[in-house]
Design a protein around this ligand. Structure first.
Ligand SMILES: [Zn+2]
Length: 225
């Protein structure tokens, strides 16, 4: 009753097409959900995202749910993660994608989200990558060990540097806070958007240098080339 009363004044709208959602739909309507440009990278181990990490850091797998484009549904979707309700949308996307990965027979022991700098997290209130990771963990039946890594220095100035300098810089900003938790695990390191891969590379290098484990990476989106 109360839910229906609230919806009278705040109708549930699809975050990509703004049409009314049906009762059983969450955040995004079924039509938009199936029209999203999915990469299906989990079906192709030698996909373009995996290739960007070749010779940089040894990864078991690398995949992203969606192709990021300058315009369109994925852009609106990523945009919505930054605002009210973004936490729930990221969690929903994680559960949805995690189910796909699980259905494809993929399994890992634990998810580890790329941490935000504590100041940034305080300002924003949540880490969208961590919410996506939590969703993946729920539908894939794995632990969420995002607490085991932390970011120690802000990295805003990175964009002006070239790739080599950038990963050196990034490499300095991650720290393992609980090596025992990560030891001998098959980890799935999670980010929101992977572009150059420098951030993921930085964190994975720090983990692999300190902890015996294997790493695969997953993201919400990656640019289509
Ligand atoms: Zn829609």
């Amino acid at each position: 009753m109360i839910k229906e009363f609230i919806e009278l004044f705040f109708p549930n709208l699809c975050i990509t097409c703004n049409n009314n959602l049906l009762k059983q739909e969450e955040f995004i309507c079924t039509r938009c959900l199936y029209e999203l440009p999915q990469t299906d990278y989990h079906k192709f181990p030698e996909n373009n995202l995996a290739k960007t990490f070749w010779g940089r850091v040894p990864l078991q797998h690398a995949f992203a749910f969606l192709y990021f484009r300058k315009e369109g549904a994925v852009k609106s979707l990523l945009h919505s993660l930054k605002y009210a309700g973004g936490k729930e949308v990221a969690l929903f996307l994680g559960r949805f994608y995690g189910q796909k990965l699980a259905d494809a027979g993929l399994s890992y022991d634990a998810a580890v989200a790329i941490p935000l700098h504590p100041d940034k997290q305080r300002k924003r209130g949540y880490n969208q990558s961590a919410c996506f990771a939590e969703g993946l963990a729920q539908s894939m039946g794995m632990e969420d060990l995002s607490f085991a890594v932390e970011r120690t220095v802000a990295t805003e100035t990175q964009t002006k540097k070239d790739r080599f300098e950038r990963w050196q810089n990034v490499g300095e900003v991650f720290r393992i806070s609980d090596a025992t938790a990560l030891t001998n695990k098959r980890l799935l390191v999670v980010d929101d958007v992977i572009t150059t891969g420098a951030t993921i590379e930085g964190l994975c290098k720090v983990i692999l240098a300190e902890v015996p484990c294997t790493i695969a990476v997953a993201a919400i989106a990656t640019p289509q080339d």
